[in-house]
Design a protein. Structure first.
Length: 214
């Protein structure tokens, strides 16, 4: 039974890493669609979101099977429950990448991001990619110290989110309400993408140390 349990856990871990990698690629392609008006990149994100959803369902089903068959306790139970929480965050990251792609597609071939916002949005996308890469790494090899670093990375994302709103609400904004709404939503999508990665990192810290990060 123990060997079967370990095999199931390895499978769950593989599914989570696959989800994290897919979510990272999705946001990269969504950003390309957004900043380069690349319709094919945007359509690929929308089309492949179902793959992330399918991985989530597989991970969820496997966790439920483990709970039913193995009735884990203590550290084993913590591991299984952590996996379920992390899967939910990763699935949401994929959804947020799809939201960015759909915004780009809705306005195609027009530019969604005005010139004065491009530097901020570009930096937000770079931080999102760095955070997604880090959560993929700590899922592959759980590391509480590396996972805890995600909160500091997220601080930079929050600073950029505030900067974006200062531009939107400033006296020099000349692109109208519709463009401002799109930009505000895009900023929110990137900010929440990072937040879900941070949540996943907190779950990893809890898994490794047994302590909750606030």
């Amino acid at each position: 039974m123990r060997r079967e349990f370990q095999t199931d856990l390895l499978e769950v871990g593989r599914l989570l890493v696959s989800m994290a990698e897919a979510g990272r690629v999705a946001m990269r392609n969504a950003t390309t669609a957004l900043l380069d008006a690349d319709r094919a990149a945007g359509e690929s994100v929308v089309a492949r979101d179902a793959e992330i959803d399918a991985l989530y369902r597989q991970a969820e089903e496997k966790v439920h099977q483990v709970l039913a068959r193995q009735a884990p306790v203590a550290g084993d139970l913590r591991l299984v429950v952590t996996a379920l929480h992390v899967a939910g965050d990763l699935e949401r990251m994929g959804d947020l990448a799809e939201h960015v792609a759909r915004t780009a597609l809705r306005r195609h071939p027009a530019a969604v991001v005005p010139a004065e916002l491009r530097p901020v949005v570009t930096q937000m996308a770079e931080i999102a990619d760095r955070i997604a890469g880090k959560i993929t790494t700590v899922l592959s090899a759980p590391d509480a110290i590396r996972a805890a670093e995600l909160e500091r990375d997220d601080d930079a994302m929050d600073d950029l989110h505030r900067q974006l709103f200062r531009i939107l609400l400033g006296p020099d904004w000349s692109h109208g309400v519709e463009s401002a709404v799109d930009a505000a939503l895009l900023g929110r999508f990137y900010e929440r993408y990072a937040d879900h990665a941070v949540n996943a990192g907190k779950h990893i810290v809890y898994l490794v140390t047994g302590k909750q990060l606030t």
